[in-house]
Design a protein around this ligand. Structure first.
Ligand code: NDP
Length: 445
């Protein structure tokens, strides 16, 4: 990294102590910018890099709520409004006990570049809470969501900040959040939240979009090498929204998925994962993936197992950040992996990402590969604004086009800056350039 960029990174480290995930994400982006700064040194003079690593606004608030037994709980809520140069802040809400300021900031920072890559008019934000919805009744989740929105609503708006789902926040939570927003503001402002159910202005394909989009991206990376998805053996970590629809699309396109997981363990099914079972267990019954083997005794459950030990051609880390480390990457490479698509945000550690790139594996970083979710959220905003509803086939075609365009942009940018095939550098430079141009146009604000 050039001296100027490393000085900026030092400032970021000093200003954000203890925020490990944010510093990791910032370092990855800054480390990619050398060739761009060499071509356009004016970006430094205008302090665009420093301005871009500093969030526009960081909100932290108390979320008190009452459980079914009448006990009062207090959680912490966050919304990081990172950058609105390209449009209203846009990014999901995460409810998980691991949520803290550093996690929120890393997600918002990643989101900013991801949203820029989609080419759609959306800025970057992220939010959530350290609330754990696991084991909570519907009524408890509803009371939590209502309390959360009672503070957050004043910062939102279809032209201001538009949240969506993420880990622990799906259609149920978005419905409760929208209900409370509507009640407080007395406005049926559909465009204030995306990922809504179809009954309340949601869009077809939003549920499937991140997983489908990730598969479309990997399909493009393979096509660029004269290869294809059909017949490939795949491993997909997680069993949530992203994992489920990654598996579905892979199966539709003729690949075979042999393993998925949750935070307790791994299911290995040599004959191919039965998606109906995973969907019923996780989406309907909210159960553990361990129960899969009760219905499919030929499959194997590995409690506490490491999914990356399972040989595959394609790997889709789709659970959470830093879930795949350098050792896992070496194992996957030794087992012959040819492509990796990050369905989750930053699931590969920096060492893992380097290992893949050095080994010549096609590596699709999350900010490009999982951008299909937010892109389809932006399509939901378009439908809400025009009071229109598009068909599944039409929306899916738009998603597929957007993923093709993101792939082309990353691929061509990597080649332009002398690192052909390096999608990390391609995505970081292309995303940064779009945001920087918009910021420069807006003046020093
Ligand atoms: P879900 O809550 O639907 O599913 C998350 C899955 O990951 C669950 O199977 C969960 O298991 C597992 N998981 C969560 N935390 C951990 C952990 N600390 N260790 C191991 N496993 C864990 O979330 P999503 O599928 O929506 O999100 C998954 C990833 O994709 C996240 O990184 C998210 O930021 C990213 N993403 C999501 C988008 C979306 O549209 N939903 C868009 C772009 C990115 P368990 O049930 O046991 O906790």
């Amino acid at each position: 990294m050039t001296e100027a960029l490393s000085e900026i990174l030092d400032i970021v480290k000093r200003r954000n102590p203890g925020e490990g995930e944010f510093l990791q994400a910032a370092e990855e982006v800054l480390a990619s910018l050398d060739p761009l700064i060499a071509k356009q040194p004016e970006l430094l003079q205008q302090r665009l890099v420093e301005r871009l690593v500093e969030p526009e606004r960081q909100l932290i608030f108390r979320v008190p709520w009452t459980d079914d037994a009448g006990n009062v709980h207090v959680n912490r809520g966050f919304r990081i409004e990172f950058n609105s140069a390209l449009g209203p802040y846009k990014g999901g809400l995460r409810f998980h006990p691991s949520v803290n300021l550093g996690v929120m900031k890393f997600l918002a920072f990643e989101q900013l570049f991801k949203n820029a890559l989609t080419g759609l008019p959306i800025g970057g934000g992220k939010g959530g809470s350290d609330f754990d919805p696991k084991g909570r009744s519907d009524a408890e989740v509803m009371r939590f969501c209502q309390s959360f929105m009672t503070e957050l609503y004043r910062h939102l708006g279809e032209y201001t900040d538009v949240p969506a789902g993420d880990i622990g926040v799906g259609g149920r939570e978005i419905g409760y959040l929208f209900g409370q927003y509507k009640r407080i503001t007395n406005r049926y402002e559909s465009g204030v939240l995306t990922g809504k159910g179809l009954a309340i202005g949601g869009a077809l394909v939003r549920t499937e979009a991140t997983g489908y989009g990730c598969v479309y991206f990997v399909e493009q990376m393979l096509a660029a090498r004269g290869d294809a998805l059909a017949g490939k053996t795949c491993v997909v970590s997680g069993a949530g929204n992203v994992a489920i629809y990654t598996i579905q699309k892979l199966q539709q396109l003729g690949a075979k998925v042999v393993a998925c997981s949750d935070s307790n363990g791994v299911v290995y099914d040599q004959d191919g994962i039965k998606l109906d079972t995973v969907k019923r267990l996780k989406e309907v019954q909210r159960r553990r993936i361990a129960e899969y083997v009760e219905l499919h005794p030929k499959a194997e459950y590995r409690g506490g197992g490491n999914i990356w030990d399972i040989p595959c051609d394609l790997a889709f880390p789709s659970a959470t950040q830093n879930e795949l480390n350098g050792r896992d990457a070496q194992r996957l490479v030794a087992n012959g992996v040819v492509a990796v698509g990050e369905g989750a945000n930053m699931p590969c550690t920096p060492t893992a990402a380097e290992t893949f790139i050095e080994a010549g594996v096609a590596f699709g970083p999350g900010k490009a590969a999982n951008a299909g979710g937010v892109a389809t959220s932006a399509l939901e905003m378009q439908q809400n604004a025009s009071r229109d509803a598009w068909t599944f086939a039409y929306t899916d075609e738009r998603l597929s086009e957007i993923m093709r365009d993101i792939h082309t942009l990353c691929y061509e940018t990597a080649a332009e800056f002398g690192v052909p095939g390096n999608y990390v550098v391609g995505a970081n430079i292309a995303g940064f350039r779009k945001v920087a141009v918009a910021m420069r146009t807006l003046g020093v604000i």
